[in-house]
Structure formats: C-alpha cells, structure tokens
Design a protein around this ligand. Structure first.
Ligand code: GDP
Ligand code: MG
Length: 441
C-alpha cells in the first residue's frame, strides 16, 4: 500500500504535463473506482481508453497538478458518456402518444409509470391515461391503480385473465375516444430475462407503436444492469432510460453501462419510493457521484496508511465482541488522525468539488481542535474515560478547568464522541469487518 501511495503522490506533483508514465497509475485508480462503482468491465475498458487518448499530452494549466487535471478529463468524459444536456419525454406523435415501460420485475416500472404520469400532468399539462399489461401478478394491476390515483391520472382497468395485447388495444381505443394526450403502458417483468417475456413485449411494441420505449433499470443492480440492458436493447428499439433507486447507496455506475450499451439517453432518475421521487437525469452531477466516491476510497486508503493497523484491528475486535466504544478508543482515533502527517496533505486526494470546500477550511484550526479534544480526554480519570455516562455537570466543570477550556467545549467533544459511538454500533455488524479488510488490503 505504501509503495503504491508514494508512486501515486509522485504522479501528482512536479510534472508539467500528463504523460504516458504519470497517467498509468492514475488511470489504474480510476479503473478501480469505476469497477467499484459497478460499471461493467467492457464499458470500463472503453472508457479508460478514451480518457487516455484525451489526456495524453495535455498541457497542465496553471496551478493544477497532472493528477487533478486528469481527474478533470475523467469527469468530463464521464458526463459526456452518460449524455450531455437533458432530454424530456418525447410526445411528438398523433395523440395518444404511447409510452411503453420495459424492464425486469422490481426495477420500478409501475412506480415510475405513476411518477411519469404526474410529471406529464404537472409539467407538460397533459391528459394522461395509464394501463397495466402485467397479468401475471394479480396485485400488479391494483398497484398501478393505486399509484395512478396518487398521480392524479386516469387508470384503465385490466384483469389477469386478459391477454396483454388485448388490454393494449382496448386502452388505446379508449384513450383515442376520450382525447387523452398520453397513454402510459406498464408491463410485466420477470426476475431474469426470458424469451417469453421478450416475445410478449415485442408484440406489444408492434401493436402500440410507442413514441417512447423506456427501459427502467434499478441502479442497485450494479454489474447485472449491463446484461439486462443488452437484452432489452436487442429486443426493442429503446428511446430512453429511467435509472431508479438512485436514492440507495449504490454509486450509480450502472448509468455508465446502460447508456453505453443502449446508446439512448438516460432521461430520468428515480430518487425515492414516493410519487414525486423523479428527477430529470443530470449527467454532470452523476459523474461526480460515480467518480467522487472513488477518490474518497483512495483517500481512505491514504488515511489508513498512517493508521496503526494493530490498534485498529483491536478496536474492530472489541466492537464486534460487543465491548462498547469508549473515550479511550475515541482518544486513540484522535491520536491516529494526528499521526497521519497533517490533514492538509490529504486534501489533494479529494475530488475537485470537495477539495474546494475543504480548501475553505482552516487546517491549522482543525489541528488545534484535535489538540483541544486530546487535552480534554487527558483531564479525565480512567473511570470517566471508560464510562463516559458518569460525566455530569460537576465532573464537566472539573475537566474543563483541568484542560483549560470551557464547559461547552467538553460538551461538544462528548457529543462528537456519542456520534462516533453510534456509528461504531451501526458498523459492528458486517460493515466494520468489511472496512477493516479494505484497510488491511
Ligand atoms: P416493477 O416490478 O418494475 O413494476 O417495480 P415497482 O414499481 O413495483 O417497484 C419495486 C419496488 O421498488 C417498490 O417497492 C418501489 O417502491 C421501489 N422503487 C421504485 N422506484 C424507486 C426509487 O426510485 N427509489 C426507491 N427507494 N424505491 C423505488
Ligand atoms: Mg410492476
């Protein structure tokens, strides 16, 4: 780890242009970040090749270091790959404009159908009808009925004993007769891609001649999203993508894969289970998410390089065995932060938007604050450190006097400790071990 780091730091400083040699390590990091964000491997390969070509020979501007400049190139290329500008739903058709929803079961088709209905009613002032062709799960039709009502749109009844194609015909007929602008057609999904499903939706497409065929895909699906996208895009002439569940903790690398594989724009992002949880997809912002976290992973690696592994492992074992996280542990963590060789040296690692924010922070002040916390804990008795709940008003006054600080400072430190303790509790399941593994690797 240390070797790798010193190499990386070298590539980050001193050189005036991006060259074959200084770009290689950085690109390896970017590649890792993308894979960790669950971008499909072939997509990552293509992407890295493009970035390399664009980056090589680029003159590095002003105070930028090659590493930062490369991050800039990567960010722009990410955004460009995921599509620039925004594209709303296309309704340029003889009404009713039909929108066909496609995707696996659980992807969010039914939810998105209602969200889109609401969007089209509110933003585009359209008269919207929805219909469900999901005849396999009895609850699916009812579900669409419920969410359609929430959206304030009209729902066209269907029943599980009907054929999807007949439902589609009846719905389009009704929509025409009652002057609907848009007909949203929800469809069945399977847990995995299967022939019968593809044949059925192809037939629906041929019958309905939709102006939009939207592929709905769960951002949490990660690597699998690429295969699903390929299957649907081979079967149907897709016109757009809706990436759902972006409110989850996935890094959304699926966006890159599905966009690259289907070649159609990501039009919307699902950001909650609720009816208003739909946003126009913003490629640039999303690029920050896919890449930014990767840099944070790198940052964590650099941080842990300065951390005493043995102490960290002991802590993990203690937390895991149910032994609480106390002020002694908190103190050990604070000391480790000091050991990392100055916080300001870490700032280079942050993604550009973040480091701008961090740059506004006064590092001297942050380091002084760490010193103050250390002083406070040092003024406590061993018993107080292992049982922080003992620390009430009188003890607080004594500790504050001993450390030469105000009682508020003691309170603030205890509050931070409690937050950390809380986090440790949450991580004491699998999370902590996973993090330790990463640290040790
Ligand atoms: P379908 O099988 O493709 O019709 O999927 P559904 O619309 O029934 O959605 C499956 C599950 O995912 C439901 O529990 C939805 O509430 C949930 N869901 C859909 N879209 C989103 C989203 O953008 N964010 C979150 N958090 N949940 C979503
Ligand atoms: Mg459904």
């Amino acid at each position: 780890l240390t070797d790798k780091l010193s190499r990386l730091v070298k590539t980050l400083s001193g050189q005036a242009r991006i060259t074959e040699s200084n770009v290689a390590d950085m690109l390896r990091e970017v590649r890792m970040a993308l894979l960790e964000a669950d971008v499909a491997l072939p997509v990552v390969r293509d992407f890295i090749a493009r970035v390399k070509e664009k980056a090589l020979g680029q003159e590095v501007m002003g105070s930028l270091k090659p590493g930062q400049a490369l991050v800039g190139v990567v960010n722009r290329e990410l955004a460009a790959t995921m599509g620039e500008g925004v594209s709303d739903i296309n309704l340029a058709a003889q009404p009713p404009a039909v929108i066909l929803m496609a995707g696996l079961q659980g992807a969010g088709k039914t939810t998105t159908t209602a969200k889109l209905a609401k969007h089209l009613i509110e933003k585009r002032k359209k008269k919207v009808l929805t219909v469900s062709g999901d005849v396999y799960r009895p609850a699916a039709i009812e579900q669409l009925k419920t969410v359609t009502a929430q959206a304030g749109a009209e729902w066209f009844p269907s029943t599980p004993d009907q054929k999807p194609i007949d439902i589609a015909r009846a719905a389009i007929d009704y929509a025409r007769k009652h002057f609907f602008d848009v007909l949203l057609v929800d469809t069945a999904g399977r847990l995995a891609i299967d022939e019968a499903l593809m044949t059925e939706i192809k037939a629906l497409h041929a019958e309905l001649k939709p102006v939009e065929t939207l592929f709905v895909v769960d951002a949490m699906q990660g690597q699998d999203a690429a295969n699903t996208a390929k299957a649907f895009s081979d079967a149907l002439p897709l016109t757009g993508i809706v990436l759902t569940k972006l409110d989850g903790d996935s890094r959304g690398g699926a966006a890159l894969s599905v966009r690259q594989i289907t070649g159609v724009p990501i039009k919307f992002a699902g950001t909650s289970e609720k009816i208003d949880g739909l946003e126009v997809f913003d490629a640039e912002r999303h690029a920050g998410r896919v890449l930014g976290m990767g840099d944070i992973v790198a940052l964590v690696e650099q941080v842990t390089a300065g951390v005493d592994m043995e102490a960290a492992q002991k802590l993990a074992a203690k937390v895991k065995s149910g032994g609480g996280f106390d002020l002694n542990d908190f103190l050990a963590q604070i000391q480790q932060m000091k050991q990392m060789g100055g916080l300001s040296s870490l700032m280079d690692k942050l993604p550009s938007q973040l480091s701008a924010k961090a740059g506004a922070m006064d590092m001297d002040k942050v380091e002084k604050d760490i010193g103050r916390k250390q002083g406070i804990i040092h003024s406590m008795t061993p018993k107080e450190r292992s049982k922080p709940e003992l620390i009430k008003a009188t003890r607080k006054r004594r500790i504050a006097a001993g450390a030469g600080v105000q009682v508020q400072d003691v309170n603030r430190m205890l509050k931070e400790f409690e937050q950390m303790q809380d986090m440790m509790k949450k991580m004491s399941g699998g999370g902590m071990m996973k993090m330790m593994k990463r640290m040790g690797a």
